[in-house]
Each structure stands twice: as structure tokens, then as C-alpha cells.
Design a protein around this ligand. Structure first.
Ligand SMILES: [Zn+2]
Ligand SMILES: [Zn+2]
Length: 340
């Protein structure tokens, strides 16, 4: 898997083998990375920059408050005569706007003292983990700064990092992402698709089944269509209904294969149609079994529940059920009434 391979080389200096990892984020680092935090733990350049950037962000926040308060006072004094003092509070809106505008600036600080070629793998790892589109945009910017030679030398680790990152975050990618990305990668769209379905086929199918993220099925559907490769879906469904998955009980499968089951449930019609089309009769039955085992997240009943995560909501329902099955004994209830 890409995961294991990428451990061998430094995430910042892909030509160097790694001799440890960042104590903060876990990215692989090498003897060229010699930054330490206050506790003398070894850190990568980004985590080191992050600490400094946070300090700068705090100063900026204080200054912003200072500016806003002075503006409000000034406007209030000016508007006092007209009686429209309400408008004096408009500068408070800057609290919403300025941090939004400053986000890209802060993000640039994270990559201070790093050349684009050194930043490219870490930013991909960040994008893979967070799905934050700011990371993706920054990745494209760094990529745009590389020469054809640079891209050639970094190609293998670049694709090893890039392809899982795309697969994990496919549903967030903007329309026309392939054109944009392949232009930056200086490769044709056809060649890029071919590379994914040929060189990364096994990794993609294994990841899409055994370490799936939400909506990863859509990425496999997309690839199969783009490459006119129906076998890709066939292999994906066969792996999904393999013994490793089917042998698990309801609770296990809902924990280990949570995202896979979610996708099966969400795109059930499409999966079953594909089984018919590809002549996967046995697998269709198994898919139906899996979907039956899926325990969908509870539906929120009120405003408070609407902001809870599905895991929190599940836990709440479990407690409610427990309480309904074992009501509080009568004596305790009476006692609490007396104390009230
Ligand atoms: Zn780090
Ligand atoms: Zn390094």
C-alpha cells in the first residue's frame, strides 16, 4: 500500500530516506529536517512554522480588535449628532471578513522556508487527511511552480500521494478538476486516467473497500466510466463481498466498514443494477445482505440533536433504549422527588 511505501522516504525531501517522523503530525522526515519544539521534540518544518504562524495570528487578532474598537468610537462620535449611532457598529463586521481574507496568508506562512518541491508531498498528505479545499488549491499552486524536470524526478511519490488523496476526497473536487489538474501535472487526461486504472488499480480497490472514506464508491464509478473499464467495478464489487467483509457480524461490519456500508446504502440501486449488468448474481445477494446489516445513523428529532454527530446520536439513542428497558427503580424516583 502507498502508506507503507511512503514511510521509506522523507515527505519533504523525497530523494532522501527518512530517519524518523515529526513528533507532532507524524510526517516522515530526514537528516535535513532539524527543527525542534520547546520540549526538544523533533518537528517537521510545517509544524515548526505552524507554531510561529499561530503567534502571528494572535497578534493580528489583537490588532484587529483594536482597530474595530477605535473605528466604532470614532464613528459613534461622528454620528452622535445625526442620531444614527447604530451604523457606528458596522465595523464589527470586520470580525467576520478579515479572518476569512487572512486565511490564505496564514496558510502561506505554514510553508515558509520550504521550496515548492519540498511542500508538495506534505500538502497532499494534509489534503488527504482533512479534505480541506484550501490545501488542494495550495497544492495546485505549488505544482504550477515546478518545472517539467521537477515533476519527472518526483513523479512516483507524487502519484503515490496524489491518487489516494483524490480518491478520498473525490466528492469535494470542483467541476472540471481533471482538466485543471492534468494541465498542472503536464500529462494528458487520458494518460492520467490510464495510470490510475492500471498502475494504481489494486491499491485503489483495496483502499476503496478496506479503508474507504465517504463517497469513495463514486470515485470508482467515475474511474470505470472515464476509462470505459467495467471490470474495475466488477473487481470492486467482488472485493466488497469477499470473505474478509462477509464473515464479520453486524456490529463489527458497522464499525470497520462504516463508510463502505454507507455508500452501499446510499447508492444501492446503482450497485444492484451494476450487478445485473455484469452478471454478478451471487455478489448481488451478498450486497443485499450487507445493506441489510447496515445500521443507518439515527435521524435527529430536534434542533439540539441536529448539531450532534451521528456517533453522539447513536450513543444517545442507546442510552434512551437502555433507560426504556430498565426504568429507574421506584424507590430512587421517590427519593429524588423528596429531595426536590
Ligand atoms: Zn509535523
Ligand atoms: Zn527531509
Amino acid at each position: 500500500m502507498a502508506e507503507i511505501e511512503s514511510k521509506n522516504f522523507c515527505a519533504f525531501h523525497f530523494h532522501n530516506s527518512s530517519d524518523g517522523e515529526c513528533s507532532n503530525c507524524g510526517l516522515a522526515i530526514c537528516n535535513l529536517d532539524q527543527q525542534y519544539d520547546l520540549q526538544a521534540n523533533r518537528q517537521c518544518q510545517i509544524c515548526f512554522n505552524l507554531t510561529r504562524a499561530k503567534k502571528i495570528a494572535r497578534y493580528m487578532q489583537f490588532s484587529l480588535w483594536g482597530v474595530i474598537i477605535s473605528l466604532i468610537v470614532m464613528l459613534w462620535l461622528l454620528l452622535r449628532a445625526s442620531g444614527n449611532t447604530f451604523y457606528a457598529f458596522l465595523p464589527a463586521l470586520l470580525l467576520l471578513i478579515v479572518p476569512y481574507l487572512l486565511r490564505p496568508v496564514l496558510m502561506k506562512l505554514y510553508f515558509r522556508d520550504l521550496a515548492p518541491i519540498e511542500s508538495i508531498l506534505p500538502i497532499l498528505r494534509y489534503f488527504e487527511g482533512t479534505g480541506n479545499m484550501d490545501h488542494y488549491k495550495l497544492f495546485l499552486r505549488f505544482l504550477g511552480k515546478l518545472t517539467v524536470e521537477d515533476i519527472k524526478t518526483i513523479q512516483k511519490p507524487l502519484y503515490d500521494y496524489l491518487i489516494p488523496a483524490l480518491a478520498f476526497n473525490y466528492s469535494k473536487l470542483p467541476e472540471g478538476w481533471e482538466e485543471d489538474l492534468t494541465k498542472h501535472l503536464q500529462i494528458s487526461k487520458e494518460r492520467f486516467i490510464e495510470l490510475m486504472v492500471k498502475d494504481y488499480r489494486t491499491i485503489l480497490i483495496q483502499t476503496a473497500v478496506h479503508s474507504a472514506q465517504s463517497n469513495m464508491a463514486l470515485f470508482i464509478f467515475y474511474l470505470s466510466e472515464a476509462a470505459s473499464d467495467k471490470d474495475l467495478i466488477k473487481e470492486y464489487i467482488i472485493e466488497t463481498t469477499s470473505k474478509d467483509v462477509m464473515k464479520l457480524n453486524e456490529e463489527e461490519v458497522n464499525i470497520i466498514y462504516k463508510h463502505l456500508l454507507e455508500d452501499l446504502y446510499l447508492y444501492e440501486d446503482r450497485f444492484l443494477e451494476l450487478c445485473d449488468e455484469l452478471g454478478l448474481k451471487k455478489q448481488k445477494d451478498l450486497l443485499i445482505q450487507l445493506i441489510e446489516r447496515f445500521d443507518p445513523p439515527p435521524v435527529p428529532k430536534n434542533q439540539i440533536e441536529a448539531v450532534m454527530s451521528s456517533d453522539q446520536l447513536r450513543e444517545k439513542r442507546r442510552k434512551e433504549k437502555e433507560l426504556a428497558e430498565n426504568p429507574i427503580p421506584l424507590e430512587i424516583e421517590q427519593q429524588t422527588e423528596e429531595t426536590q
